[in-house]
Design a protein around this ligand. Structure first.
Ligand code: NDP
Length: 327
Protein backbone atom coordinates (compact mmCIF):
# COMPACT_ATOMS: atom_id res chain seq x y z
CA UNK A 1 0.00 0.00 0.00
CA UNK A 2 1.30 3.44 -0.90
CA UNK A 3 1.78 5.35 2.34
CA UNK A 4 0.62 8.93 2.69
CA UNK A 5 2.11 12.02 4.34
CA UNK A 6 0.12 15.23 4.29
CA UNK A 7 0.85 18.90 4.85
CA UNK A 8 -2.08 20.52 6.63
CA UNK A 9 -2.34 24.31 6.42
CA UNK A 10 -4.43 27.13 5.07
CA UNK A 11 -3.56 28.00 2.41
CA UNK A 12 -0.93 25.43 1.37
CA UNK A 13 -1.00 25.48 -2.41
CA UNK A 14 2.47 26.96 -2.83
CA UNK A 15 4.35 25.23 -0.02
CA UNK A 16 7.87 24.11 -0.83
CA UNK A 17 7.80 21.01 1.39
CA UNK A 18 6.11 18.81 -1.20
CA UNK A 19 8.93 19.09 -3.72
CA UNK A 20 11.68 18.23 -1.25
CA UNK A 21 9.82 15.47 0.63
CA UNK A 22 8.54 13.65 -2.48
CA UNK A 23 12.03 13.69 -3.99
CA UNK A 24 13.40 12.24 -0.74
CA UNK A 25 10.83 9.40 -0.66
CA UNK A 26 11.43 8.58 -4.32
CA UNK A 27 15.22 8.60 -4.06
CA UNK A 28 15.17 6.08 -1.19
CA UNK A 29 12.57 3.87 -2.87
CA UNK A 30 9.96 4.57 -0.18
CA UNK A 31 6.47 4.02 -1.54
CA UNK A 32 4.92 7.16 -0.12
CA UNK A 33 3.09 10.19 -1.46
CA UNK A 34 3.32 13.70 0.01
CA UNK A 35 0.02 15.57 -0.35
CA UNK A 36 -1.19 19.02 0.62
CA UNK A 37 -4.46 19.45 2.46
CA UNK A 38 -5.87 22.95 2.58
CA UNK A 39 -7.96 22.91 5.75
CA UNK A 40 -9.52 25.86 7.55
CA UNK A 41 -9.38 25.99 11.37
CA UNK A 42 -12.89 24.48 11.76
CA UNK A 43 -11.83 21.57 9.50
CA UNK A 44 -8.60 20.85 11.37
CA UNK A 45 -9.89 18.34 13.95
CA UNK A 46 -11.43 16.08 11.27
CA UNK A 47 -8.24 16.24 9.19
CA UNK A 48 -6.11 15.24 12.18
CA UNK A 49 -8.50 12.39 13.08
CA UNK A 50 -8.10 10.99 9.56
CA UNK A 51 -4.33 10.63 10.14
CA UNK A 52 -5.00 7.68 12.49
CA UNK A 53 -5.63 5.47 9.45
CA UNK A 54 -3.06 2.75 8.60
CA UNK A 55 -2.05 4.32 5.30
CA UNK A 56 -0.60 7.43 6.96
CA UNK A 57 3.04 7.80 7.99
CA UNK A 58 2.23 11.20 9.45
CA UNK A 59 1.92 14.86 8.60
CA UNK A 60 3.39 18.34 8.58
CA UNK A 61 1.38 21.16 10.08
CA UNK A 62 1.83 24.76 9.01
CA UNK A 63 0.30 28.24 9.11
CA UNK A 64 -2.10 28.83 10.83
CA UNK A 65 -2.49 25.53 12.72
CA UNK A 66 0.79 24.86 14.60
CA UNK A 67 -0.55 25.92 17.98
CA UNK A 68 -4.17 24.91 17.43
CA UNK A 69 -3.26 21.28 16.65
CA UNK A 70 -1.54 20.73 20.02
CA UNK A 71 -4.58 19.40 21.95
CA UNK A 72 -5.60 17.19 19.00
CA UNK A 73 -2.71 14.71 19.28
CA UNK A 74 -2.24 12.01 21.92
CA UNK A 75 1.30 12.74 23.02
CA UNK A 76 3.85 15.51 22.56
CA UNK A 77 7.61 15.26 22.35
CA UNK A 78 9.60 17.40 24.74
CA UNK A 79 10.10 20.17 22.18
CA UNK A 80 6.48 20.25 21.05
CA UNK A 81 5.39 20.40 24.66
CA UNK A 82 7.93 23.07 25.55
CA UNK A 83 7.03 25.29 22.59
CA UNK A 84 3.28 24.66 22.60
CA UNK A 85 3.51 24.21 18.82
CA UNK A 86 3.53 21.14 16.53
CA UNK A 87 4.84 21.12 12.97
CA UNK A 88 5.21 17.33 12.50
CA UNK A 89 2.95 14.41 13.41
CA UNK A 90 3.86 10.73 13.46
CA UNK A 91 1.60 7.75 14.07
CA UNK A 92 2.11 4.86 16.49
CA UNK A 93 -0.78 2.49 15.84
CA UNK A 94 -3.84 4.68 16.21
CA UNK A 95 -2.04 7.22 18.40
CA UNK A 96 -0.67 10.48 17.06
CA UNK A 97 2.57 11.98 18.34
CA UNK A 98 3.20 15.74 17.96
CA UNK A 99 6.77 16.91 17.31
CA UNK A 100 8.38 20.30 16.72
CA UNK A 101 11.25 19.97 14.25
CA UNK A 102 11.33 23.76 13.70
CA UNK A 103 13.45 23.92 16.87
CA UNK A 104 16.13 21.66 15.40
CA UNK A 105 15.93 23.49 12.07
CA UNK A 106 16.39 26.87 13.73
CA UNK A 107 19.37 25.59 15.76
CA UNK A 108 21.21 24.66 12.57
CA UNK A 109 20.31 28.02 10.98
CA UNK A 110 21.55 29.93 14.03
CA UNK A 111 24.84 28.01 14.17
CA UNK A 112 25.49 28.71 10.48
CA UNK A 113 24.63 32.40 10.88
CA UNK A 114 26.91 32.88 13.88
CA UNK A 115 29.70 30.90 12.22
CA UNK A 116 33.03 31.33 13.96
CA UNK A 117 31.85 34.32 16.00
CA UNK A 118 31.02 33.94 19.68
CA UNK A 119 27.39 32.91 20.22
CA UNK A 120 25.51 36.08 21.24
CA UNK A 121 23.51 36.18 24.49
CA UNK A 122 20.93 38.81 23.52
CA UNK A 123 18.30 38.73 20.81
CA UNK A 124 15.32 40.61 19.42
CA UNK A 125 12.52 38.46 18.00
CA UNK A 126 9.92 40.00 15.72
CA UNK A 127 6.69 37.97 15.85
CA UNK A 128 5.04 35.68 18.37
CA UNK A 129 3.40 32.90 16.31
CA UNK A 130 4.29 29.22 16.01
CA UNK A 131 7.63 29.94 14.33
CA UNK A 132 8.61 32.46 17.01
CA UNK A 133 7.88 29.89 19.71
CA UNK A 134 10.42 27.49 18.20
CA UNK A 135 12.97 30.32 17.94
CA UNK A 136 12.49 31.48 21.53
CA UNK A 137 12.72 27.94 22.91
CA UNK A 138 15.93 27.31 20.96
CA UNK A 139 17.44 30.56 22.31
CA UNK A 140 16.45 29.72 25.89
CA UNK A 141 18.10 26.32 25.65
CA UNK A 142 21.12 27.80 23.86
CA UNK A 143 21.88 29.95 26.91
CA UNK A 144 20.71 33.38 25.76
CA UNK A 145 20.35 35.77 28.69
CA UNK A 146 18.05 38.45 27.28
CA UNK A 147 15.39 37.94 24.60
CA UNK A 148 12.86 40.63 23.68
CA UNK A 149 9.76 39.65 21.68
CA UNK A 150 7.89 42.29 19.68
CA UNK A 151 4.48 41.53 18.22
CA UNK A 152 1.81 43.57 16.47
CA UNK A 153 -0.77 42.17 18.89
CA UNK A 154 1.06 42.56 22.17
CA UNK A 155 -1.15 40.10 24.04
CA UNK A 156 0.17 37.27 21.86
CA UNK A 157 3.79 38.13 22.76
CA UNK A 158 2.74 38.31 26.41
CA UNK A 159 1.14 34.87 26.07
CA UNK A 160 4.39 33.54 24.62
CA UNK A 161 6.40 34.97 27.52
CA UNK A 162 3.96 33.46 30.02
CA UNK A 163 4.19 30.12 28.25
CA UNK A 164 7.98 30.07 28.75
CA UNK A 165 7.98 31.58 32.25
CA UNK A 166 9.33 28.41 33.87
CA UNK A 167 11.95 27.45 31.27
CA UNK A 168 13.12 31.09 31.04
CA UNK A 169 13.17 31.72 34.79
CA UNK A 170 16.96 32.12 34.79
CA UNK A 171 16.99 34.80 32.08
CA UNK A 172 15.18 37.93 30.91
CA UNK A 173 12.39 37.18 28.42
CA UNK A 174 10.21 40.21 27.71
CA UNK A 175 7.26 41.10 25.51
CA UNK A 176 7.29 44.63 24.10
CA UNK A 177 4.79 46.65 22.06
CA UNK A 178 5.34 47.03 18.32
CA UNK A 179 6.54 50.67 18.24
CA UNK A 180 9.25 51.72 15.81
CA UNK A 181 11.18 53.74 18.41
CA UNK A 182 11.15 50.89 20.96
CA UNK A 183 12.27 48.36 18.34
CA UNK A 184 15.06 50.71 17.27
CA UNK A 185 16.22 51.19 20.82
CA UNK A 186 16.28 47.42 21.46
CA UNK A 187 18.09 46.75 18.18
CA UNK A 188 20.83 49.14 19.27
CA UNK A 189 21.41 46.96 22.36
CA UNK A 190 21.32 43.54 20.73
CA UNK A 191 23.43 41.36 18.48
CA UNK A 192 20.86 39.02 16.89
CA UNK A 193 17.51 39.85 15.28
CA UNK A 194 15.13 37.21 13.94
CA UNK A 195 12.12 38.01 11.78
CA UNK A 196 9.48 35.45 12.72
CA UNK A 197 6.61 37.51 11.32
CA UNK A 198 5.21 36.95 7.87
CA UNK A 199 6.02 40.57 6.90
CA UNK A 200 7.88 40.27 3.59
CA UNK A 201 6.39 36.91 2.63
CA UNK A 202 3.93 38.19 0.05
CA UNK A 203 4.93 41.83 -0.26
CA UNK A 204 8.13 43.86 -0.31
CA UNK A 205 7.57 45.25 3.18
CA UNK A 206 10.04 45.12 6.05
CA UNK A 207 9.38 44.95 9.79
CA UNK A 208 12.33 47.24 10.58
CA UNK A 209 13.42 50.62 9.20
CA UNK A 210 16.69 50.28 7.26
CA UNK A 211 18.49 52.91 9.37
CA UNK A 212 17.81 50.92 12.56
CA UNK A 213 20.15 48.16 11.38
CA UNK A 214 23.66 48.52 12.78
CA UNK A 215 26.51 46.88 10.88
CA UNK A 216 27.36 44.42 13.68
CA UNK A 217 23.90 42.80 13.73
CA UNK A 218 23.26 39.18 12.78
CA UNK A 219 19.95 39.13 10.89
CA UNK A 220 17.94 35.95 10.27
CA UNK A 221 14.66 36.06 8.36
CA UNK A 222 12.61 32.85 8.64
CA UNK A 223 11.09 33.63 5.25
CA UNK A 224 12.76 31.67 2.48
CA UNK A 225 13.51 34.57 0.15
CA UNK A 226 15.78 37.57 -0.24
CA UNK A 227 13.36 39.84 1.64
CA UNK A 228 13.65 43.62 1.88
CA UNK A 229 14.79 43.19 5.48
CA UNK A 230 17.70 41.03 4.30
CA UNK A 231 18.58 43.37 1.45
CA UNK A 232 18.58 46.37 3.83
CA UNK A 233 20.64 44.43 6.36
CA UNK A 234 23.20 43.37 3.76
CA UNK A 235 23.49 46.99 2.59
CA UNK A 236 24.10 48.02 6.22
CA UNK A 237 26.95 45.51 6.50
CA UNK A 238 25.15 42.91 8.63
CA UNK A 239 25.65 39.15 8.42
CA UNK A 240 22.36 37.74 7.10
CA UNK A 241 20.55 34.48 6.34
CA UNK A 242 17.09 33.56 5.09
CA UNK A 243 14.84 30.65 6.09
CA UNK A 244 16.32 28.03 3.76
CA UNK A 245 18.50 26.20 6.28
CA UNK A 246 15.70 26.06 8.84
CA UNK A 247 13.20 24.83 6.27
CA UNK A 248 15.60 22.18 5.00
CA UNK A 249 16.55 20.87 8.42
CA UNK A 250 13.05 20.87 9.91
CA UNK A 251 12.02 18.89 6.83
CA UNK A 252 14.94 16.48 7.11
CA UNK A 253 14.13 15.82 10.77
CA UNK A 254 10.48 15.20 9.88
CA UNK A 255 11.49 12.80 7.09
CA UNK A 256 13.55 10.75 9.54
CA UNK A 257 10.69 10.67 12.06
CA UNK A 258 8.28 9.30 9.42
CA UNK A 259 10.64 6.80 7.79
CA UNK A 260 13.33 5.97 10.35
CA UNK A 261 15.94 6.75 7.69
CA UNK A 262 18.49 9.55 7.33
CA UNK A 263 17.24 12.27 4.99
CA UNK A 264 18.99 12.82 1.63
CA UNK A 265 19.90 16.40 2.55
CA UNK A 266 21.68 17.38 -0.63
CA UNK A 267 18.83 16.23 -2.85
CA UNK A 268 16.29 18.01 -0.66
CA UNK A 269 18.33 21.21 -0.82
CA UNK A 270 18.51 20.96 -4.62
CA UNK A 271 14.74 20.53 -4.83
CA UNK A 272 14.20 23.57 -2.61
CA UNK A 273 16.54 25.62 -4.76
CA UNK A 274 14.69 24.51 -7.90
CA UNK A 275 11.34 25.46 -6.37
CA UNK A 276 12.79 28.83 -5.41
CA UNK A 277 14.10 29.36 -8.93
CA UNK A 278 10.55 28.63 -10.04
CA UNK A 279 9.44 31.73 -8.17
CA UNK A 280 8.18 30.45 -4.82
CA UNK A 281 9.18 32.58 -1.84
CA UNK A 282 7.22 30.98 0.95
CA UNK A 283 8.95 29.09 3.72
CA UNK A 284 6.22 27.02 5.26
CA UNK A 285 2.92 28.19 3.87
CA UNK A 286 1.58 31.62 3.27
CA UNK A 287 -0.08 33.83 5.87
CA UNK A 288 -3.72 33.04 6.38
CA UNK A 289 -6.10 35.57 4.89
CA UNK A 290 -4.88 35.46 1.30
CA UNK A 291 -2.49 38.38 0.99
CA UNK A 292 -1.61 39.55 -2.50
CA UNK A 293 0.98 38.15 -4.84
CA UNK A 294 4.68 38.71 -4.30
CA UNK A 295 5.90 41.80 -6.06
CA UNK A 296 9.54 41.05 -5.53
CA UNK A 297 11.08 38.04 -7.23
CA UNK A 298 13.16 35.79 -5.00
CA UNK A 299 16.93 35.99 -5.41
CA UNK A 300 18.68 34.11 -4.13
CA UNK A 301 13.87 12.83 20.44
CA UNK A 302 13.75 12.49 23.41
CA UNK A 303 10.05 12.30 24.20
CA UNK A 304 8.00 13.48 27.12
CA UNK A 305 4.36 12.98 27.88
CA UNK A 306 2.37 16.16 27.72
CA UNK A 307 0.36 17.57 30.57
CA UNK A 308 -3.15 16.21 30.59
CA UNK A 309 -5.82 18.58 29.31
CA UNK A 310 -9.57 18.49 29.17
CA UNK A 311 -9.96 17.37 25.59
CA UNK A 312 -11.17 14.20 24.01
CA UNK A 313 -7.79 12.97 22.76
CA UNK A 314 -7.05 9.34 23.43
CA UNK A 315 -4.52 9.55 26.26
CA UNK A 316 -2.39 12.33 27.62
CA UNK A 317 -2.85 15.54 25.70
CA UNK A 318 -1.12 18.87 25.67
CA UNK A 319 -2.04 22.09 27.37
CA UNK A 320 -4.24 24.15 25.08
CA UNK A 321 -2.55 26.75 22.90
CA UNK A 322 -2.70 30.27 24.29
CA UNK A 323 -3.90 31.77 21.03
CA UNK A 324 -4.67 30.71 17.53
CA UNK A 325 -1.83 30.97 15.06
CA UNK A 326 -3.75 32.67 12.28
CA UNK A 327 -3.09 36.30 11.45
P1 NDP B 1 1.83 32.55 12.51
O1 NDP B 1 0.62 32.72 11.66
O2 NDP B 1 1.75 31.68 13.70
O3 NDP B 1 2.39 33.99 12.99
C1 NDP B 1 2.49 35.07 12.12
C2 NDP B 1 3.27 36.21 12.79
O4 NDP B 1 3.43 37.28 11.85
C3 NDP B 1 2.56 36.79 13.99
O5 NDP B 1 3.53 37.22 14.93
C4 NDP B 1 1.83 37.99 13.37
O6 NDP B 1 1.52 39.01 14.29
C5 NDP B 1 2.89 38.48 12.42
N1 NDP B 1 2.35 39.33 11.36
C6 NDP B 1 1.70 38.93 10.24
N2 NDP B 1 1.38 39.99 9.49
C7 NDP B 1 1.84 41.08 10.14
C8 NDP B 1 1.82 42.48 9.86
N3 NDP B 1 1.25 42.96 8.75
N4 NDP B 1 2.41 43.33 10.74
C9 NDP B 1 3.00 42.84 11.86
N5 NDP B 1 3.04 41.53 12.17
C10 NDP B 1 2.47 40.66 11.33
O7 NDP B 1 2.95 32.02 11.51
P2 NDP B 1 4.31 31.23 11.84
O8 NDP B 1 4.85 31.71 13.14
O9 NDP B 1 4.11 29.78 11.65
O10 NDP B 1 5.23 31.78 10.64
C11 NDP B 1 5.73 33.11 10.65
C12 NDP B 1 6.74 33.28 9.51
O11 NDP B 1 7.85 32.43 9.74
C13 NDP B 1 6.16 32.91 8.15
O12 NDP B 1 6.68 33.81 7.20
C14 NDP B 1 6.69 31.52 7.90
O13 NDP B 1 6.83 31.27 6.54
C15 NDP B 1 8.05 31.59 8.61
N6 NDP B 1 8.51 30.26 9.08
C16 NDP B 1 9.57 29.70 8.43
C17 NDP B 1 10.06 28.46 8.81
C18 NDP B 1 11.22 27.87 8.09
O14 NDP B 1 11.43 26.66 8.19
N7 NDP B 1 12.03 28.65 7.40
C19 NDP B 1 9.44 27.70 9.92
C20 NDP B 1 8.35 28.41 10.57
C21 NDP B 1 7.90 29.64 10.13
P3 NDP B 1 0.08 39.01 15.07
O15 NDP B 1 0.15 37.93 16.09
O16 NDP B 1 0.01 40.37 15.66
O17 NDP B 1 -0.96 38.76 14.01
Amino acid sequence: MTKRVVLIGHPVAHSLSGAMQQAAFDSLGIDARYETWDRTPPELADAVAELRGDEFLGANVTIPHKERVVPMVDRLTEEAHATGAVNTITREGKRLIGHNTDVAGFRVALDRLVGKQKMPRQAVILGAGGGARAVVYALITEGFLRVVVFNRHLHRAEGLVRHFSRSAAHMELRAMPWHESIIESELAKTKLVVNATSIGLTSDETPVAADALGSDLLVLDLIYARTRLLRDATAAGCVTADGEIMLLHQGAAAFTLWTGQPAPLQLMQERLAAARAGGLRSAEGEPAGGAGEADDPPASPAEATAEPAATGAAEATAEPAATGAAD
